[in-house]
Design a protein around this ligand. Structure first.
Ligand code: 5RP
Length: 226
């Protein structure tokens, strides 16, 4: 039986085939995307693949530049051909949750400026109803405790994400992340509207009606869902 990492790697390698010379490509964040970037880096170095990346985190930027992949600022592109990113959960409509790696804000900015969005996941991420994975919400540090209290009052079961030292995790924008332990999200659009209308919330990890293709790393090989 394949390990989760092997399934992630298979999805990443399959997705790398979508990248052609001359493209501008959004590069997501996370362990699945690391495999994607490894494969793209190999193709740059061994096959002379020539593309430009727009990264969704400082981590991905560092990895990609290590391979000699050209990275440019999002404000310096007129369009992004395709963004390839991981996800924490995805349902049959391709609605999903992102932000397990605390990069959801930049990920959503890059995604919403892309012609096409492709997610790469191992089979365990495909679910009937999203929400078992705690929903990440990026909040401004000032007044974050008040936002947490508001979420508690609404029954959202918020938990401020802490690092190994017990300090609040900081995003690349130096914000905090609050994870909502909802167990299931039956009305994602309503929840998304409520979250984004909460003062102090910068962005949430619900990605709805955005994704074109999901590549699932499965035992039988990568499955491309459109
Ligand atoms: C980071 C993300 C990641 O794409 C998501 O958490 C999936 O990560 P992984 O590929 O490591 O399972 O949204 O903010």
């Amino acid at each position: 039986m394949a390990t989760q990492d092997e399934l992630k790697k298979a999805a990443g390698i399959e997705a790398a085939k979508l990248v052609k010379d001359g493209m501008t490509v959004g590069l997501g964040t996370g362990s699945t995307v690391r495999f994607l970037v490894d494969e793209l880096g190999r193709r740059v170095q061994e096959e002379g693949l020539n593309f430009t990346g727009v990264t969704t985190s400082l981590r991905t930027k560092e990895q990609a530049e290590g391979y000699g992949i050209k990275i440019i600022d999002i404000d310096d592109v007129d369009h992004i051909d395709v963004t390839i990113d991981g996800a924490d959960e995805v349902d049959a409509r391709f609605d999903g949750i992102k932000g397990g790696g605390a990069a959801l804000l930049w990920e959503k900015i890059v995604a919403t400026n892309s012609d096409k969005i492709v997610w790469i996941v191992d089979a365990s991420k495909v679910v009937n109803v999203i929400g078992k994975f705690p929903l990440p919400v990026e909040v401004i540090p000032f007044g974050a405790g008040q936002v947490v209290k508001k979420f508690e009052a609404k029954g959202y079961k918020p938990v401020l994400r802490l690092d190994a030292q017990g300090e609040p995790v900081r995003t690349d924008e130096k914000n905090f992340v609050v994870d909502l332990h909802l167990e299931r999200i039956d009305h994602p659009q309503e929840l998304a509207a409520d979250l984004i209308n909460t003062v102090g919330v910068v962005e949430h990890g619900l990605f709805l009606n955005m994704v074109d293709t999901v590549i699932v790393g499965d035992e039988a090989g990568p499955r491309v869902l459109t």
